[in-house]
Design a protein around this ligand. Structure first.
Ligand code: SAM
Length: 270
């Protein structure tokens, strides 16, 4: 696995390492407000995850840890993993400053079995995650292995239809397959959190449709409780979105033909 994809993972890690300091300084991530106590979590995941207090929680692809630390503030006992060493370094620094007691570990998702000890009540992952992973069957196996019996997996993610477009030219260009096995390479200036920054993002990704995600999870022995689709997003990360009266972003009326997000809750049954 790692050998076959190691060049792709290396490029992605380098790009995410470059993004971390820019994101940590960006208005998008509001780190100062976070430090003052503002949660980085959105109403969707707060509502759908329910009570986490006292539960052990593993956050996959935690970036620089704000969401992981937000769950810790809600009383969860948290571990966050990410491919980017700069992300884990930044997360560890903020965690120490705020005394939040989260365990941050640098790891590829596919190396979690060897890098993370124990099992968890909850495995959580969100917003911009599965597209970095070439093999969802292995991803689901890692999730199932890390859950206790009765444990819950929850994800909220951008809808696969969103990834059928190439946004690098400024105008959404329908270019990629709903399920695209071949790797997608994109190179563009800036990041979703700061389009003006001078970094050159070089990224390899894979498109996974909802059927593939659900089948991977059920194939790993998880029982899917729900799959929800949403027409509104807390993030203004695609071109031409407008804010609605709930403060959420939607596509402009004439483009409003498909969902923006989906969420899944699944449990590990005996
Ligand atoms: C879009 S971010 C997740 C966003 C997160 N919800 C946030 O805003 O804080 C995607 C994260 O996935 C991580 N990542 C990419 N490929 C990975 C892999 N194979 N294993 C672990 N982490 C990975 C990146 O380093 C990055 O931090």
């Amino acid at each position: 696995m790692q050998d076959k994809y190691s060049d792709y993972f290396k490029t992605n890690e380098e790009t995410w390492d470059l993004k971390v300091p820019i994101h940590a300084d960006s208005e998008f991530y509001e780190v100062e407000n976070f430090k003052q106590g503002k949660t980085s979590l959105n109403p969707i995941e707060l509502r759908e995850m329910g009570e986490v207090s006292g539960k052990t929680l593993l956050h996959l692809q935690c970036h620089f840890g704000l969401d992981t630390m937000s769950w810790a503030r809600q009383g969860a006992i948290c571990t966050g993993i990410d491919l980017s060493s700069k992300g884990i370094e930044k997360a560890t620094g903020i965690n120490k400053e705020l005394n939040l007691n989260v365990n941050f570990i640098q790891s590829n998702v596919y190396d979690v079995s060897k890098n993370v000890k124990g099992e968890f009540d909850i495995v959580f992952t969100s917003y911009g995650v599965v597209g970095w992973l070439p093999d969802l069957n292995l991803w689901a196996k890692v999730i199932a292995e890390k859950l206790v019996l009765g444990g819950v997996f929850y994800m909220v993610e951008f809808h696969p239809i969103m990834w059928m477009f190439d946004y690098t030219s400024g105008f959404p260009d329908l270019k990629y397959a709903y399920n695209q096995k071949e790797v997608i390479y994109e190179e563009y200036k800036g990041t979703y959190a700061d389009s003006e920054s001078s970094i050159l993002s070089k990224e390899y990704g894979w498109n996974h449709g909802l059927g593939e995600v659900i089948t991977a999870l059920t194939g790993a022995g998880l029982h899917v409780e729900f799959l929800h689709e949403f027409d509104e997003s807390p993030y203004d990360v695609f071109p031409d979105m407008v804010k609605n009266d709930k403060g959420l972003y939607v596509l402009k009326k004439e483009q409003r033909l498909h969902p923006l997000l989906y969420s899944i809750k699944a449990t590990k049954k005996a």
